[in-house]
Write a protein of this length. Structure first.
Length: 256
């Protein structure tokens, strides 16, 4: 039987960095670096107890990565970018796509909610559909609160569902990451690992999400630097499980 932590953690690291893993993102997603730097990785320990990460990793493993769950960014409309219809407390939060397509923040929100339900064995006492709707808006940058950069990390922290990590070295597989590139484009994903140079400096990000360069759901890696991701705009959030009453008491739900 699979455990929630051991197998997914090993699988994610090996798949992301083994020969045949996806190359750096395609030009439409992120320019390749002109610097020839060796790529290495350190095995990361699991997230500490009290986090949702293990359930996130287990839920990730349930998605096929054979191109059947494709990426789709519509030019218009209000589709929320999820592969399945998501409901909670009798309220529909997202309309699923019949072709199982997705885009980045839709997929990461879907993964948060399905992982939470998996952890709780059903709906969570004291957590309302209205709060989860607002969380989706904050993941997407559509909330009236007006935060447009930290997104998932901000949503989790501001609603008392998790916290933002201040040090990149504290990131662990299963964390939620929002990053921005020097090209001014951004991406929402699940953190898997860092790539490093021989000196041990972080030089790239390995993640799981939905993107055109992997023909939908899959692992990808991108460089951090002038031709790729902005180091100072990598925002990492860690979801709580179980939910923490003291953190929930500070929720900014309803803040406008």
């Amino acid at each position: 039987m699979r455990t929630l932590l051991s197998i997914p953690l090993v699988a994610l690291t090996l798949v992301a960095l083994a020969p045949g893993a996806p190359a750096l993102a395609s030009p439409e997603d992120a320019p390749a670096s002109s610097e020839a730097a060796p790529v290495t990785s350190r095995a990361l320990p699991p997230a500490p107890q009290g986090s949702l990460n293990g359930y996130v990793l287990a839920q990730m493993a349930s998605y096929p990565m054979d191109g059947s769950y494709r990426y789709h960014w519509p030019k218009k409309g209000s589709w929320e970018g999820t592969t399945q219809t998501l409901t909670y407390g009798g309220r529909q939060l997202c309309q699923g796509d019949p072709l199982k397509r997705s885009y980045c923040c839709g997929l990461t929100f879907e993964l948060y909610l399905t992982s939470l339900l998996r952890a709780a064995g059903g709906e969570v006492e004291g957590l309302s559909a209205a709060e989860l709707h607002e969380l989706r808006l904050r993941f997407f940058g559509d909330s009236k609160v007006g935060e447009r950069r930290r997104l998932a990390a901000f949503g989790l922290e501001s609603l008392g569902l998790g916290k933002q990590l201040e040090d990149l070295e504290d990131a662990r597989p299963g964390d939620f990451v929002q990053f921005w590139r020097h090209s001014k484009s951004g991406h929402s994903a699940i953190f898997v690992n860092w790539t490093r140079n021989r000196a041990g400096k972080i030089t790239g990000l390995v993640y799981w999400s939905s993107q055109s360069s992997t023909q939908g759901i899959g692992y990808n890696r991108e460089l951090i630097g002038p031709e790729g991701i902005k180091r100072d705009e990598i925002y990492i959030g860690r979801a709580d499980w179980p939910l923490k009453p003291k953190r929930r008491a500070k929720s900014l739900f309803g803040a406008r």
